[in-house]
Design a protein around this ligand. Structure first.
Ligand SMILES: Cc1cc2nc3c(=O)[nH]c(=O)nc-3n(C[C@H](O)[C@H](O)[C@H](O)COP(=O)(O)OP(=O)(O)OC[C@H]3O[C@@H](n4cnc5c(N)ncnc54)[C@H](O)[C@@H]3O)c2cc1C
Length: 394
């Protein structure tokens, strides 16, 4: 008899117990899922526990604006606990291992948790150690403190070549590097420095972006703004002495300032648990989001290996589907039958315009024309996010 079943039996064969849903990861996907599930179920049907190791929740898309001094970080930062609706147990701890045969999660503190449903939503591990020469040489805007450091570096730049490079493997919202290049162009123009600072963009992808609509737009924009770019450039190492990055093929690019997020990987406990797929993330069914043969383990958000780019928008739609599905299985009611690959992302096209792309597994990305309303949509998206998206209202 499994450990979880033994506990159920011990607590009384006749008693109808609430199902235990345990969520690993207190980021965008985990909190949205918890809030959505709580809105459609009550604690005596489903007990929800979320385990995470973050103190604060930063709305990452604003890292771009912070780097250019276009936004103060304070409105983009909340306590993680504050974002959880009532009726959800929150434990600040670190996941150490999943023992899926016994349906048990082991935590760093030594605590254990038994689950009926397990949702893994632990995002990415930034892994600078995967790229020789990275530490202390490259800068980026994928974490709040790094965005602040980058702002200082940009404020003190008056000449040279800024190289914006995408590392190999998946990264969070890779189009943010295209956005950065376009904002940088505007920022340098405003400071009267554009003719003194050159901008180069490289990506290991075949095209500027994996999203065709963003690629087509960026090709034209890069030509127009004299941003040099190279596709198929997979960085392998950084030579700090020569100020150059070297690719897998052996060619190199020089820089005076290097903007490159570290390589991204799945969390270590996923590997420890024997669940790691490509790049240490979890392979899931692309529509049902369950792991392997298990119908009680799911991965959502950036932790899941899915054939879509890693976005908060995707995490949101995945959380919506899964909350509905689990509520249906336990108490009946509405059910979204599958995640259809849906994403809606707004991409900055410059200092005051943006465009929105809607896509799914079946539908080719369909962009709006760059416009000021979409810029405002993006600029104020942290408000929508904190008031309704992560709260599970939308
Ligand atoms: C610069 C930038 C711009 C972006 N712009 C956009 C955009 O415009 N549109 C868009 O849709 N998306 C955007 N994104 C992507 C979006 O932010 C991510 O896709 C989203 O945050 C993924 O959510 P997640 O919950 O999977 O991961 P996260 O939000 O990273 O959450 C993971 C959580 O798991 C916790 N955790 C990790 N390991 C453990 C462990 N062992 N034990 C316990 N807890 C653990 C972490 O503390 C964290 O709280 C952007 C990202 C960046 C970096």
């Amino acid at each position: 008899m499994r450990f979880a079943d033994a506990i159920d039996k011990f607590q009384g064969d006749q008693m109808v117990l609430a199902k235990r849903v345990v969520i690993l990861g207190d980021g965008s996907a985990g909190i949205t899922f918890a809030n959505k599930l709580r809105r459609v179920t009550v604690p005596n049907e489903i007990e929800i526990t979320i385990i995470g190791n973050s103190q604060r929740h930063f709305y990452k898309a604003d890292g771009l604006f912070v780097s250019f001094g276009l936004k103060n970080y304070r409105g983009s930062l909340k306590s993680s606990k504050f974002l959880l609706n009532g009726g959800i147990d929150y434990l600040r701890d670190e996941v150490y291992k999943i023992n899926y045969e016994d349906r048990v999660v082991l935590l760093k503190s030594g605590k254990t948790f038994v689950y009926d449903y397990l949702i893994v939503a632990t995002g990415n591990r930034l892994a600078p150690e995967e790229m020789p020469g990275y530490e202390g040489e490259a800068t980026h805007f994928f974490e709040l403190t790094k965005s602040m450091e980058l702002k200082m570096a940009l404020d003190t730049t008056s000449s040279g070549n800024i190289l914006i490079a995408q590392p190999e493997g998946p990264v969070q919202y890779a189009p943010s590097l295209v956005e950065f290049a376009l904002l940088l162009n505007g920022y340098l123009e405003e400071r009267g420095l554009r003719d003194k600072v050159s901008i180069t963009y490289t990506t290991p992808e075949e095209n500027i972006s994996a999203v065709s609509a963003i690629s087509s737009f960026a090709e034209e924009a890069f030509e127009k703004y004299n941003i040099e770019y190279a596709t198929g450039f997979a960085p392998k190492s950084i030579n700090a002495k020569n100020k150059e990055i070297v690719s897998e093929k052996g060619d190199s690019k020089k820089y005076s300032l290097l903007v490159m997020p570290p390589p991204h990987r799945g969390q270590k406990f996923i590997e420890e648990s024997g669940m790691a797929g490509d790049f240490g993330y979890i392979d899931v069914d692309k529509k049902k989001l369950n792991y392997g043969k298990f119908d009680d383990i799911f991965a959502i958000g950036d932790t899941a290996n899915l054939p879509v780019i890693k976005t908060g928008s995707g995490a949101h739609y995945q959380a919506t589907y899964l909350a509905s599905r689990i509520a249906h299985e336990v108490v009946g009611g509405l059910y979204d039958f599958e995640y259809d690959g849906k994403l809606s992302v707004t991409t900055l096209a410059g200092m005051d315009t943006a465009f929105t792309v809607h896509s799914s597994y079946e539908n080719v990305p369909n962009p709006t024309v760059p416009n000021k309303s979409d810029f405002l949509l993006k600029y104020t998206s942290s408000d929508t996010y904190f008031s309704s998206l992560i709260r599970g209202v939308l």
